[in-house]
Each structure stands twice: as C-alpha cells, then as structure tokens.
Ligand binder design. Structure first.
Ligand SMILES: [Zn+2]
Length: 358
C-alpha cells in the first residue's frame, strides 16, 4: 500500500554520513563495514531503492543544521552562516537527485496530484518512479535572519520546525524548557504570512503553547509519539494531542526505539532484548484515536536513520520496506481497511491538499 513518510533526514545521511542513497541499503552497509566513527555505521535502513520497494512514494525530507554556542555539549555549527551553508549543501543534494530522476520536489497541490497519479499508475514499475519530497526545515537555527525564510520558501521549503535539540536560536528544543525566543515569535508570524506549515515536533511545552497561540496556519507533528505511554518531554501530552486534533493536525508516529519503550536506555538497550517492535507504534496510534474518536489524525513520520540505525529501531524492521508490515499489524488490532489507508497515506494527503498552495 502506498505509504507517505513525513520525516526522513535524507540529505543529512547523504552529506554527513556520506551515504549514496541511490544504492540499496545492503550496499551502503557493506561500504560502511569497516567504519566506526558513528554508532549506526553499517546499520542504516533507508535508501531510495528501498523507499520505492516499500511503496514510499512521498516523503517529507529535511534540511537540518544546528548552531551551537561556545560550550554547548551538542554537535553543530559555530555560526548561523555555516549552518545556512550546510542546509544549502543539502538542498544541492536534493537538486542533484532530481536531476538524476531519483526524486521530485512537491511544492503545491498540482504537483502533488500529478505525482500521486504517477504512483497509482500500475502499468509503470515503482522502481522507475521518482520519490516525491516536500522540503522541511528541522530546527530554524540556520535561518541567519527572517529574510532567509522567504528565500527558502522560493526554493520550495514548505514546513518549519522552529526547534530541534538544545537551546535553539528561535526556540528551545528537546531536553530544554522555557518559552520561544523573541525571534521565534517573529519567525512564526513570517511563516503565517508565507502560508507555511508549522511542525511542532521538538518544541518545549511552553513553546508549543505559545506557537499555537501565535501561529494561525496549518500545524503538524511530523514525528511524534505520546507522553502518556512513554514518559519524556519529547513526547506529546494528552492536552497537546487534543489541541492538535482541534487544529486538524496530523501526527506522524515515530520509530526511534527510545520513543516507543519506557525502559529504553539510549546507547545501552538492544531492540530485541527490550522487545521494541513495530506494533509498539500502534499503541500510540490507539491512544490518539481514543482522544480523537477517529483515525483521521495519525500517520507515519518514521525518522528512520535520523542519527541511528537498526541498533535503535524496532527489531522486526530490517530496513524501511518493513513498514509495509504495519498493514497486517493494524488489521490485527482492528483497524478497518479505510483507516489503514488513512494511516498509510490518506491523512497526510488530505492535510497537504488542504494546506499546500494550489
Ligand atoms: Zn527530529
């Protein structure tokens, strides 16, 4: 079944992990077999051939580059200008994938409809179809000032998450508390003016509340699970989920193991020993459906290869094609065929048709 994945750091993997994503996952793993500079070397799960094989015809793909102040424990760039340049390198990679026929950028509803009719054309093999991508910025640090947002909109950026990890220039992110920065409030007003999508993932609780007060446009939580099930500030509270439902948002279930299991210790736990499996994300789907009274607000934002690989993913997923097994898991849990279609693609497509420019 056609699957839309609303959060993949494809260009980050291409540039910072030096992965040629045109190659199959197995080939990328083999090339990394002797490397140990990152914990997920040889354990990647995402590449363009696997996206096609897994019927993942449309993704939200990120630009991502953090600014870090002196003394920050996080990895990042020492100036916003360097972070901006990194995102422009990432854009250049997406453009090169377009030129190679591997990907196609989707910036409006007409392009979305054309792309979706290509992917529903059964006379053409999926291997011959480009993977569509909507460009999103994860963490806004790289926007040197607000004028850069309009520049980014012009090259196709359609969604922004103001925060990521740590003390962002526009908003504090995961692991922090406290309100938006003054620049973050201005950023939200400028996003409103440009009719962009707000991604609330990684905001603090205070930032979440402020952002939804200030920003009047479309909102999604691209890769986000439930705090009621797995307790961490990174996850959505029930009140936040209710507010997102009220705004007709869609929440993408994320497959990073530590967001699926309360006992997960990052860098220590093992997926098989801990028992983290695909079905755990359905617990989060069930919870959101209970709050919504329907299955109109859940979908997939896998975040696979978002700085981790199989060592921090469900043990019953070897690569991203394994997401297709969710059809059976959802059916076993009582989801109707219509609801499974909503989760796989219908909810994201409804949101995008309503909120992208015509
Ligand atoms: Zn993220």
């Amino acid at each position: 079944m056609l699957l839309v994945d609303a959060h993949l750091d494809l260009a980050m993997n291409a540039l910072e992990w030096n992965r040629d994503l045109r190659k199959p996952v197995q080939a990328i793993r083999q090339r990394e077999a002797a490397l140990n500079d990152k914990p997920d070397r040889g354990k990647g799960t995402v590449s363009l051939p696997e996206l096609r094989k897994g019927e993942i015809g449309l993704v939200v793909a990120t630009q991502i580059a953090r600014y870090v102040a002196p003394g920050s424990p996080l990895n990042g760039w020492n100036s916003p200008e360097q972070a901006w340049a990194q995102t422009q390198g990432q854009l250049a990679w997406y453009r090169a994938m377009e030129a190679a026929g591997e990907m196609v950028q989707i910036t409006n509803v007409a392009e979305l409809d054309a792309h979706m009719s290509l992917w529903s054309d059964k006379t053409r093999a999926n291997e011959d179809k480009p993977v569509g991508y909507i460009l999103s910025l994860e963490g806004a640090d790289s926007l040197i000032d607000l004028s850069y947002l309009e520049t980014a909109y012009a090259y196709g950026l359609r969604a922004v998450g103001p925060a990521h990890y740590g003390d962002g220039r526009y908003a504090p992110g995961t692991g922090m508390s406290g309100p938006l920065k003054p620049a973050g409030k201005e950023l939200l007003r400028e996003m409103d003016r440009l009719n962009m999508i707000l991604d609330v993932t990684h905001l603090t609780d205070e930032g979440f509340r402020e952002a939804l007060d200030i920003f009047q446009g479309p909102v999604w939580a691209s890769h986000h699970n439930c705090r009621a099930l797995v307790s961490h500030q990174r996850q959505l509270t029930d009140d936040q989920i209710r507010e997102l439902i009220r705004r007709d948002a869609v929440i993408g279930g994320v497959f990073d193991a530590w967001m699926l299991h309360n006992l997960w210790e990052r860098g220590v736990s093992d997926p098989r020993a801990t028992g983290v499996r695909l079905a755990h994300v359905v617990d989060h789907f069930d919870h959101i459906c209970d709050l919504a009274g329907n299955a109109h607000h859940i979908a997939i934002g896998s975040d696979l290869d978002g700085g981790y690989g199989t060592e921090q993913s469900p043990y019953d997923l070897d690569d991203i094609t394994g997401l297709q097994r969710l059809t059976d898991i959802l059916a076993d849990r009582g989801y109707s065929e219509a609801d499974i279609e909503r989760i796989f693609h219908g909810n994201w497509l409804r949101f995008l048709r309503k909120n992208l420019p015509a």
